[in-house]
Design a protein around this ligand. Sequence first.
Ligand SMILES: Nc1nc2c(ncn2[C@@H]2O[C@H](COP(=O)(O)OP(=O)(O)OP(=O)(O)O)[C@@H](O)[C@H]2O)c(=O)[nH]1
Ligand SMILES: [Mg+2]
Length: 488
Amino acid sequence: MSRRLRLLVAITGFVALVWLTLAAIDRAIALGQRLMGLPEGLRWLVAGIGVLGVALVVAAAAWWLRPRRPRPPVAAPDRASLETRIEKLRDAHADVEELRSELGELDRRRASEQLYVAVFGEISTGKSTLISALAPGHAPARDVRGGTTREVAHYATDTWGASWTVADVPGSAEADGDARERMAREEALRAHAVVYVCAGDLTRTQAEELRWLGDFGKPLVLAVNKADQWTATERADIVAHVRKQSEGLPDAVVAISAGGEERFTRRLADGGSEEVVRRRAADIGPLVDALRRMLAPGAAALEGLRENAVLAGLHERTGEREAEWRASEAERIVARYARRAIVGAMAAVAPGSDLVIQGALATGMVRALASLHDVRVTDVEIDQLLRQVRMTLRTGTSLVLAISGNALKAFPGLGTLGGGILHAFAYALIFDSFGRALAATLAERHTLDQADAGERMRELLGDAGESRLRRLAELTGDALRDRQGRAQ
Ligand SMILES: Nc1nc2c(ncn2[C@@H]2O[C@H](COP(=O)(O)OP(=O)(O)OP(=O)(O)O)[C@@H](O)[C@H]2O)c(=O)[nH]1
Ligand SMILES: [Mg+2]
């Protein structure tokens, strides 16, 4: 919308508002006059109803604008069920070392009864500098470039007479820093309390990160750093704005100056220059007060929320491992059935005949994939699914044969494996497409969703990407050479 048009809309809106207000006043006066004209008893009754109506509107507005109660912390599964899942993964030869060591660290920290605080936030907001101020005597490596802190490091301190440990973590939102960001998030979950550091208004990603932290319900303080750069008014405005942006999630929002060093080049009288390092004064009093208040209940009292956060994080990580394991297992199942379909095709199909999916094999594959994803399927559901797959194949036969024909030209070695190879490859493509489509549907929807599986299968049948065709050509070649080897 152009500026002039916006102005016109604004003026029209304003005029309408004035007109409505005047009309409302006029109406109120008219109503008042009519009210005065009523007999005394009725007048009081109507006035009473009016007052009641206004009171209801005010109460509804107050309810709507009431301060929101904090959400309950994210639900975490209990420890025993998590351990069972991890053991199951270990029995299936998945790598669970990281998950088990997280559980070990959970116990170790509980037993140590030490208070842990993590300093978390985007790169270059001044986290390491803040650690130096909170734990004097320690000097985490700092640099003017972002992404200085690469590992999690712990520093013991006793800032106000009580002993606690503060963790410096890599900054988030660094380009190509996904692994380090993950490391930082995991450490934030392990702490009893978190200091989220920013250096001005919150960006959208910072607000999201803060919301993620807030969901765990543990003590959280938002420290707006580098306040030395602003005047008193600017500082008050920024803190007020950040407080509003943070939606009441942190227990406290404070402005601080972590300090740090400033390097600049000074021109000398003789025309030369020298590098000067100047220390900025640190001012972290409000943060120390907030931390002291938040940590006052002690490690044992804050342990429940800490444990909940660690278990919730572990639940997510275990879920990822389970999904990875299922995906690789599904791949193995699909390859096994595709191999059988290839061999079956060479044995049974006369060249030129239609592509008919082998019922027993397809049923076996559906059952194996459903059981891998813990999805119950009935015979009727399998029949319906196979009927749909057959229909898809009927309309897709020419496409499948065309792709298979091209693959045979691209990988001429296959031709030496005998007649019927076109169909064998076509079945490799069909079983691979059907199996992958079904595995994806089961993994995502946890049910045998025919429409979704059908849609995915149609897409995969037409996917003639080179690496996929190469993989299927190798599978076909291997299966047939095996068969020939066994026949000799
Ligand atoms: N003006 C000003 N600059 C600061 C303050 N605190 C830190 N800095 C500067 O901000 C830059 C980044 O400081 P770091 O402490 O390395 O920041 P970090 O958050 O640990 O950075 P990463 O480890 O890369 O995530 C340095 O140049 C500091 O000197 C402060 O209070 N005021
Ligand atoms: Mg750092």
